[in-house]
Every structure is written in structure tokens, then in C-alpha cells.
Design a protein around this ligand. Structure first.
Ligand code: ZN
Length: 342
């Protein structure tokens, strides 16, 4: 499949198809901009598939090893940077610990607290609400041991942090940028995808700039932003800019029929939960794939969630996890993570 054949954003699709076909002169830095839910992340992933596909020259097959590992976000050649990537991971560690408190899990939480402290140190002086959280985290959690009561309390603070529009911590970016120089391992190209690239601080932007001024040969960088205004002009001028338009009604309908459920639909009623009551293991596994596609579409591209859905699927197919268990897990997943799509 070529990108122009995808629903919506034909101009962007055609442009990216052209990039794929001129592999010797392939631009390495892209800025994908457009409003929320306009398919930026989705196109980024499809574009990356087309660049790496093992069986198609001018598009992607969707079934080869490369296409599959990209779809599952499981390739180590994909570096995904988010404004605040760690909250969900941190939260899952806390939940895991609360379920069964063990020393080894405490250490993991301590490590996350440390990362959080670094983040807050970077940002606290700029925002009063972060400053307050910093004080509490430092006094109550960083200096002392963890126990279940504290883990519960930490969850409350993480919820507060979720509400704040965050910057990408520079230490985190540095860590990721180091990996850029390790040549790609499974795929032809390596992808550095930065969501909310406008959230990089000037210092972090300059660090990025060094990478894109002399990128490793196999690196593709895609910055995602709603608009280009917050992005360093020197990054902007070095990037190929691709504009995305919101899907209109007909296109949303088409997406729904092509990829199964839409997020509107997921929340609209209990119809779906009722529907999958009657699904067998095979149908449930297909449903999980549809759900993953929907998540990509509505800009909730997220390794954690994809990994979770993959785990459910493999549990179902290979480890005798009961369909009833998977149904329940999916119900909880949808309730928590599938926000109302506009
Ligand atoms: Zn392929």
C-alpha cells in the first residue's frame, strides 16, 4: 500500500510517497504539523513502514517482519520521545507494587522517583504548581523509603502531573539521542519520533539541532506538533514540513470501516463491550489489532499501551489466557485509555 491510498491527507501522502521513492536523496528531518486527531502519528508510522518494508519498493506490505515490528512499536530501532512519557510507566509500577509489595519493586519505584526529580528540577522553577509537587516529592518520597501508603499517595501526584503541559526533560532527550548513533539493528532505518517537539526547551532544541545537522546516515527524524510556532527556527529551516488536515466526517467513517472501531464509537455506548462478549479467542485477537490501529489514528501512539495490547493478544493465542480474562482487561483498558475523540 502507498501512503496516498490511505484515507485523508492525500497531499501529505503523495509527498511522502515521493520521499520514499527517492531513497538516495531522502530528507532525514521532517516536521508533521496539524490539529489533534489529524493522523500525524499514524502517517509517521506508515511512512516509516514504507521506508523499511522488505517486500515493497514503493509502499508497505503490512505483513513482513519489518512492517510487523513497526506496527507493534516493538523494534529497538524506533525511538519515541514524548512530553511526559514516564507518568504511565511510573503509574503501572506503582499499581504493580500495590498489588504485591516487594523490595525489588521498591527499587524500581525509587528509580522512577529519581527520574521525576530530574524532570522537576528542570522545570519546577518555571511553574509554581510543579514547584509545590517538587517539595512534596523531595521531602516525602525521595529522602525516605517507599511503602504502600506512600505509593498510593504518589499516584495522586502523578495525576496532578498529567494535567500539566510538560516539557521534555533534557536528560531524557540526551539519553535517547545517544542511542541515535548506534546503527540500526533490525530495520534499514532508525526512527526518532518526537511528539510535541514544540515542548522542547531551547537548551534541548539546541541539543536536537546538533543531531540533525549531522545525522547518522540511517536516521529519520520526525517531529510532531500542532503548530510550528514553538519550534526553534534553525530546526524548522532544516526540516521538510508536512501539513496535516483534520479528517472530515466522510473520512472518519471510512477509517471506521477500514480499521474497525473508532474511538468515538468506543465510548459512545456499551455496544462494543456487549459485542465482544460473544467473541472467541481469534475474534478477540483481531479486535485487539483494530484497537491498536485506532489508537495510532487518534494520536495515542504509545509503546506502553501497544505492548500491553500485544501481551493480551499473545496471552490469548499462545498462553491459554482465558477469553473472559481478556474481555475484562479490554474493558478496563478502554475505560482508562480511550479518550473521547473529537
Ligand atoms: Zn512490509
Amino acid at each position: 500500500m502507498r501512503l496516498i491510498e490511505l484515507t485523508g491527507n492525500q497531499v501529505a501522502g503523495k509527498f511522502l510517497d515521493n520521499c520514499v521513492s527517492k531513497k538516495n536523496m531522502l530528507p532525514q528531518m521532517y516536521l508533521f504539523s496539524g490539529s489533534r486527531y489529524s493522523g500525524k502519528e499514524f502517517f509517521a508510522i506508515q511512512f516509516f513502514k514504507a521506508l523499511n518494508c522488505e517486500s515493497k519498493e514503493d509502499g508497505f506490505c503490512g505483513i513482513c517482519r519489518s512492517c510487523k515490528s513497526i506496527d507493534n512499536l516493538s523494534s529497538s530501532d524506533m525511538l519515541l520521545v514524548y512530553s511526559f512519557l514516564d507518568v504511565l510507566k511510573f503509574e503501572s509500577y506503582l499499581n504493580d507494587y500495590l498489588l504485591k509489595p516487594e523490595k525489588i519493586k521498591e527499587n524500581r519505584i525509587k528509580k522512577e522517583i529519581y527520574r521525576l526529580m530530574i524532570y522537576l528540577t528542570q522545570n519546577a522553577d518555571k511553574k509554581k504548581e510543579l514547584d509545590e509537587i517538587y517539595q512534596v516529592i523531595y521531602e516525602d518520597f525521595y529522602k525516605n523509603d517507599i511503602n504502600p501508603d506512600k505509593a498510593e499517595k504518589l499516584k495522586i501526584y502523578l495525576n496532578e502531573l498529567k494535567k500539566i503541559k510538560n516539557k521534555i526533560p533534557i536528560e531524557y532527550l540526551r539519553e535517547v539521542l545517544e542511542k541515535v548513533y548506534i546503527s540500526s539493528y533490525e530495520l534499514k532505518y532508525k526512527l526518532l519520533l518526537i511528539k510535541d517537539i514544540g515542548d522542547l526547551s531551547p537548551e534541548a532544541s539546541n541539543m536536537m539541532l546538533k543531531t540533525i545537522e549531522e545525522p547518522p546516515k540511517d536516521l529519520i527524524v520526525i517531529g510532531i506538533a500542532e503548530n510550528l510556532s514553538g519550534i526553534l527556527p534553525t530546526i524548522r529551516s532544516r526540516s521538510v514540513k508536512v501539513r496535516f488536515k483534520p479528517y472530515h466526517k466522510e473520512e472518519k467513517k471510512k477509517i471506521q470501516s477500514d480499521y474497525g472501531v473508532s474511538l468515538d464509537h468506543l465510548l459512545e455506548s456499551n455496544k462494543l463491550s456487549h459485542d465482544f462478549d460473544s467473541m472467541d479467542a481469534k475474534e478477540l485477537s483481531a479486535h485487539i489489532d483494530e484497537l491498536k490501529q485506532s489508537l495510532h489514528f487518534f494520536s495515542f501512539l504509545d509503546r506502553e499501551k501497544t505492548v500491553y495490547l500485544n501481551t493480551l493478544k499473545s496471552g490469548l493465542l499462545y498462553y491459554n489466557l482465558s477469553p473472559a480474562h481478556v474481555r475484562e482487561a479490554l474493558r478496563i483498558f478502554k475505560k482508562r485509555y480511550c479518550p473521547k475523540a473529537k
